[in-house]
Design a protein around this ligand. Sequence first.
Ligand code: GCU
Length: 841
Amino acid sequence: MRLSVIPIWLAFIFLLTDIRAEDGSAAWLRYAPPPNAHQLQQYVPNKIAILNGTVTSPVFSAGKELKQGIESILHRNNATSITSHLSRTDIIIVGTLDQFTKAYGNIGSETKLEGDSFWLKYDTSLKNVYIIGADQRGALYGVFEYLRLLALGSDVSKLNVVRAPMGPIRWVNQWDNMGGDITREYGGDSIFFSNGNISQNLTRAGQFARILSSIGINSCVVNNVNANATLLSSSNIQGLARIADVFRPWGVQLSISIDFAAPQDFGGLSTYDPVDPTVVSWWDSKVKELYTAIPDMGGFLIKADSEGQAGPAQYNRTLAQGANIFADALAPFNGIVMYRAFVYNQLNESDMKADRANAAVQFFQPFDGQFRDNVVVQIKNGPIDFQVREPTSPLFGVLQKTNVAMEVEVAQEYLGQQCHLVYLPPLWKLTLDFDLQVDNKPSKVRDIISGKRFNRALGGMAAVTNVGLNSTWLGSHLAMSNLYGYGRLAWDADSSSEEIIQDWIRLTFGHDQKVIQVIQDMSMQSWPAYENYSGNLGIQTLTDILYTHFGPNPQTADGNGWGQWTRTDKYGLGMDRSVSTGTGFSGQYPPKVAKMYETFETTPDELALWFHHLNYTHKLHSGKTVIQHFYDAHYEGAQTAANFVSMWKSLDGKIDAERFEDVLERQVYQAGHSIVWRDSIVNYFYNWSGIPDTHGRVGHHPYRIEAESMKLEGYAPYKVSPFEAASNFTAITVNNTVGTATATLKYPDGVYDVAVQYYDLYGGTSHYEIYLNNNSVGSFYSNTTMGHTPSVYLDGISATRHTFHSVNIKSGDTLRIVGTPDGNDPAPLDYVAILPPGILD
Ligand code: GCU
């Protein structure tokens, strides 16, 4: 666009509305001007003094960031200068408290600063802004906070705040593999690894560090918890040092996951017994080699004795012995061991006392007090595995003489894989705010992990992230609110989910009130909606736990050793975890909480089936039966997901086209896939219980034409497994080069949406064309580009829909679908729904 041919007033409007195409790479650091930018000008000096000239220092980055941010937010074209002249007025001073005191003496800096904290002040008489950190990182965080306030249009004229993080552990755990893929990859390949080595081009890694730093994250584990020992080769250590080099200016420490068996797997020793002197010295020298290359490395993350990973149990050593060997090796370098509490064994479902939820407390409780001071036990928020709802892990209340951190998952592994909108801070806050009432004293999880409650020096949060090469970082623009929210909560767990999302929307999409309201509403409704259609009443996420963790497949929960059981039968479902008649899990909580969960009467509905096995006809506290709750919740959830489409569409023109279209595509997909979820789960439980839906919806689809009931040529019926993943249990697939399915429509004349329900299989791109009386309505390709883990089967993962809107249909019209298979994808069809306006089916 050539601005010179645009009238000045129009150019101004462009600037104000700020709807340039955006690819999401700037995340929330777009530094777009707020509506009151001009009012802020007078309080923001245009000279910046950086009290550290070393280009790799966080303070130096802070100065550069500040200049760039101010110029962009306040529309100052190159008008902010970085100076070495320490003038005493009209200047922004950025540095550590020590540097500041040396340069300026003690002007008002009596505030005590510790850890990564900072002091932010506008001095009205001298017209100075002070951004002073306890350490270099603190100064950088102070700059990001100042820029956040400016970009939000906040009043900066009376600034005088000290901000300190909740705890020193604010880590992210990337699960990147050395081949360049990522476990739970939904946003592109690794920004760190390719072909077994550290990538040559680490530009994105540096940009990621900047994003992390802007939300106060101080360490990033770059490789998968299921670690590959070859990471420890000398050449890879040199590569890790290159990653650390791009992290360093942003105050982000590099950390790595360790394979417990590395001394044997990689080092060639005959053992990896953690107390064997040869193993101890192997680790000592490896740690030395690492710290020689990366003197400021954060530490190790360890997954041991878990899901096939080696650990101390192999040699009958305790978890504490396992952790301490690393702690001792790392201590001289101030390194930290994050030792995961995700330790459990396969179990036998026929044993009614067996319970995977019991594992962490059983494994770790005996060793409380035996872990070194630089060990932090990293505990998932719930006792199983990032399900849509779990109670708080009782281990937080048990380890009172051990440092602990809470692990959450930004990667939406079980929660829609970044293809469904699920805003997660409300879920995380449930645990952070949960009061375990240890010794009958207030014991909120956030005060335990901050170290306050049990007087621990180390603690905080860690999040599993899956940032990749996709320009949006996570593969989805809206999913970024979870990364942002994680950082905000890890810094200050008191922040509210609403406040976080509002800030994120303003920074990411601008200040239009409607945009803020709609995205906030969608976000706040998103986790409840997802819970409604993917697993209610604490039954866990009823996804395919044996395959992709994506679509519905409730029967995979039972009949195996993984311990994510629902114990569904024809009378009811749920795990009895009471002490009196069940697995005893509720007894792992301190007495008041244990008592609450012990009986159904005092257990909140949302966890009813987590703690109790209930009949389908059991009345919940809400007054509904269990089965009717399932039916209603699933219909409600899918309806909310459908509403997201129209809510998002109402923002057309208020958001740049690139991001608008991208999000719209995802919302349309979610709306379709939530119907797959809804139908699978309600049909599954209807099939078990035989109890009809009091509202007559389940199994009743007046707007659908089953594909198998159409006239078929080249297509043949196919019994889908799991059965509930197909309407009427049956789909059709092409057994030839092309297939045709034809039906005569018997709907009253009118305008309808035509929804084609099909399966999008990995390994082929089929083509579908829809005709009405030989006139093409439109066509589409099946393409697995949405980013979730795909499936090679016809199932609840591959099931999806394509809708043609506003089609004129007359009674007696002929509908014909022509499917052309490709590769492994036989152009499968489940049904066609002819939907009158406002109907969801
Ligand atoms: C989940 C996930 C695994 C991961 C594991 C873990 O089970 O599916 O891929 O390795 O969590 O947290 O270690």
